[in-house]
Design a binder for this molecule. Structure first.
Ligand code: AMP
Length: 217
């Protein structure tokens, strides 16, 4: 199964993708995670992406498209979940070409829909583990020990792009450049819309129901 999960930053794409990946045995292809790994590893791509990411702007399409086309071509036959990509109509068009070249097709496009004020609260309260990537929230998903990762005890951090100023910029970027991607897919096929203002568990159960129906389970 090959799935795209769309939604504004903070809609819960990362959390839902991790659950989908575990349940259906798919590969998680998160453009944000791949970029952060490149930054941590000090690669040329990581260095080029740094300033765009820290200011809440999009990394240029040519860098992203090449990075994701490579990840898709190396993905297993069981399938993948795309998270954070495509984020512009141009990226969506390039993705179509890359899939066609690989003889692959997308089975479902899910759009997680959510209000801006909910997003602001979610993102500015988000903390993550710099070592394993686990995500927490200062109100809704507290770690067992204050400020420490449950899995490996590493001190939790706020991503530089989760501060209120940068979140506002990221939302602006989303409405300008990424929301049109939903329109692109609506014109080309079917987009399944889920209410991402609900709890993570409620969203997951709707998502699993949708994907089970698609997989014929
Ligand atoms: P994310 O973790 O998906 O919110 O991504 C973090 C940051 O990485 C974004 O704010 C962008 O600067 C950059 N980024 C991630 N995915 C893309 C993409 N598909 N196109 C352009 N920039 C991206």
């Amino acid at each position: 199964m090959r799935i795209i999960i769309l939604g504004a930053p903070g809609a819960g794409k990362g959390t839902q993708c991790k659950r989908v990946v575990e349940k259906y045995g798919l590969q998680h292809l998160s453009s944000g995670d791949i970029l952060r790994k490149n930054r941590a590893g000090g690669t040329e791509l990581g260095k080029k992406a740094q300033s765009y990411m820290d200011s809440g702007k999009l990394v240029p399409d040519d860098l992203i498209v090449e990075m994701m086309a490579t990840a898709i071509s190396q993905s297993p036959d069981t399938g993948f979940v795309l998270d954070g990509f495509p984020r512009t109509v141009n990226q969506a068009e390039e993705l179509d070409k890359a899939l066609e070249a690989d003889g692959k097709k997308i089975d479902a496009i899910i759009n997680l829909k959510i209000e801006d004020d909910v997003i602001l609260g979610r993102m500015t309260g988000r903390r993550s583990c710099p070592k394993c990537g686990a995500v927490y929230h200062i109100k809704n998903l507290k770690p067992k020990a204050d400020g420490k990762c449950d899995k490996d005890g590493t001190g939790l951090i706020q991503r530089p792009d989760d501060t209120p100023e940068v979140v506002k910029q990221r939302l602006e970027t989303y409405y300008e450049q990424t929301e049109p991607v939903v329109g692109y897919y609506k014109n080309n096929g079917c987009v399944i819309v889920l209410d991402a203002g609900k709890s993570a568990d409620a969203i997951s159960s709707e998502l699993f129901e949708t994907l089970d129906a698609l997989a014929g389970n």
